[in-house]
Write a new protein. Structure first.
Length: 488
């Protein structure tokens, strides 16, 4: 869910607000007020930032649709990315309710479970992309895809898509009887029910935007309590963090939140900027808000970059952590800072390169980490007994390793199947290999901008992280449109 934050700190990046002001000039006064206060205006869709870029990718589970209560009505349920520096990030739509709104952050609770309406017609909005109709016979590499775990990812997809209505209700029911190991039956299902459409390559800038990067779910060893070994805290949302919704007064800002803290002044209560990472660390301001403890501060930092992960506890069980909130400061790339300081080249500024630099310069650890003022807070997610379940993506369903992808939802609606053609890094330093895989658009990210800009989910753990950190290749996406879907 390589998703830390698309934070439009107004004196740093006013793209979203400028757009809103064009729609509603009366917001100009609000923009001046926010800028003067030093608070940040951040999108609802908080995202994990890439190692080297100015923006970040989606944080799993931050914009989640509720999961289905009646599996029998549908079917059985079950990196760090790099981005182009200096790119302006477009405003993202508000895709749905936050799972953590309306209840205590950090608790383990299931969201409300709605009922499927089989008479409802699904509406996925309208893509701004240009499509070229194809046949499956024209999809190079389609028949070589072994489709392992593809049906598993599709059935997880159904947990959200069947709630949207037809034709997904019908498709999810029809797929329920397929053997997940029968690649030919799976292939026939998609060929019979979907129409391939190739996205053309040029985005709004006129440039080809077809970079495919990778992300993963970190797994750290840790504890629920501090010890001599586990001394580095991960935090839940502090009680004095204020998140202000603006859409009631300013509908054009419905995708944004104002974050800060309420301070009593001689002029009355004011929302002031929340402390930065360095201030929170140096002054111990988060004491009492620990949710877990780990051994390595660098691993904890990269866990925040990814936005979610697992902590393996001392008894062997796993604690699942998802994004809960953020302190409102803009993400600053520590990789970019090292490049600007002449410490690393751009090619070296990967997750592995940064870790190697820190191993050579342990005395500069705080200096480096504090270059990023953003601090992410976590919540504990319900446990799972299914080892194939990844973190929750923006669609609100668990990601599946090598079958889930983050996309730009302006071009590819969440929940649609996609035939992805790209290369992936080889295992253990082997040369990259070309792949064509059926994946599912289950996540988003603020660095994921453009018709063929995607983030490939590699799975959980060290090997997945190593491959995700090296993933940056050209790619192409062919979207599979369900027959009978209206208006897309």
């Amino acid at each position: 869910m390589s998703h830390i934050v698309l934070n439009s700190f107004l004196y740093r990046s006013l793209a979203g607000l400028r757009r809103a002001l064009r729609l509603c000039p009366s917001l100009f006064g609000l923009g001046i007020l926010i800028a003067a206060s030093g608070c940040s205006l951040t999108p609802v869709e908080q995202a994990a930032a890439p190692i080297v870029g100015g923006e970040g990718r989606a944080t799993p589970g931050t914009i989640a649709q509720p999961r289905q209560a009646e599996p029998s009505q549908v079917s059985e349920s079950t990196g760090a990315a790099t981005s182009e520096p200096g790119r302006e990030v477009a405003e993202k739509p508000d895709l749905g309710p936050r799972m953590d709104e309306g209840r205590a952050i950090g608790g383990v609770a299931e969201p409300a479970r709605p009922v499927i309406d089989p008479n409802r017609q699904a509406s996925l909005g309208k893509s701004i992309g240009q499509f070229q109709a194809l046949s499956f016979d024209q999809l190079e590499g389609w028949r070589e895809d072994p489709l392992d775990d593809a049906l598993l990812a599709w059935r997880r997809n159904c947990e959200a898509m069947a709630l949207k209505g037809q034709p997904f209700v019908r498709l999810c029911k029809e797929s329920a009887g397929i053997d997940w190991q029968d690649a030919q039956a799976i292939r026939r299902f998609f060929e019979a029910n979907f129409e391939p459409r190739r996205l053309l390559t040029a985005g709004p800038s006129g440039r080809n935007q077809n970079t495919i990067t990778g992300y993963y779910e970190p797994v750290l060893k840790g504890s629920r309590t501090a010890s001599e070994v586990y001394r580095v805290p991960l935090y839940k949302t502090p009680t004095d963090l204020v998140t202000v919704k603006l859409e009631r007064q300013y509908p054009a800002l419905q995708s944004y939140r104002l974050r800060g803290r309420l301070v009593q002044t001689e002029n009355g209560p004011e929302i002031q900027p929340y402390p930065s990472r360095a201030e929170l660390d140096n002054q111990g301001l988060l004491k009492g808000h620990e949710i877990a403890w780990v051994a390595d501060p660098v691993e904890a930092f990269f866990l925040q970059i990814q936005g979610s992960g697992k902590v393996q506890l001392e008894d062997g069980s796993y604690m699942r952590l998802g994004y809960a909130n953020q302190n409102g400061h803009p993400y600053v790339s520590i990789g970019r800072w090292l490049v600007n300081q002449g410490e690393l080249t751009l090619a070296q500024a990967s997750m592995q390169g940064i870790q190697a630099w820190l191993a050579r310069n342990p005395h500069r650890q705080n200096e480096l980490l504090h270059q990023n003022p953003s601090m992410v807070f976590f919540r504990e997610l319900p446990p799972t007994t299914d080892p194939t379940e990844g973190p929750l993506g923006s669609l609100g369903v668990p990601l599946t390793a090598k079958r889930s992808v983050a996309v730009d939802p302006r071009y590819v609606a969440l929940g649609l199947p996609v035939v992805l053609s790209t290369r992936v890094p080889g295992e253990s330093g082997q040369r990259p290999q070309a792949i064509t895989r059926l994946v599912f658009a289950q996540d988003t990210g603020s660095a994921i901008q453009g018709p063929h800009r995607g983030d490939f989910f590699f799975g959980s753990g060290l090997e997945a992280g190593q491959r995700a950190g090296r993933m940056k290749y050209d790619g192409e996406m062919v979207v599979l449109i369900p027959k009978g879907l209206q208006g897309y």
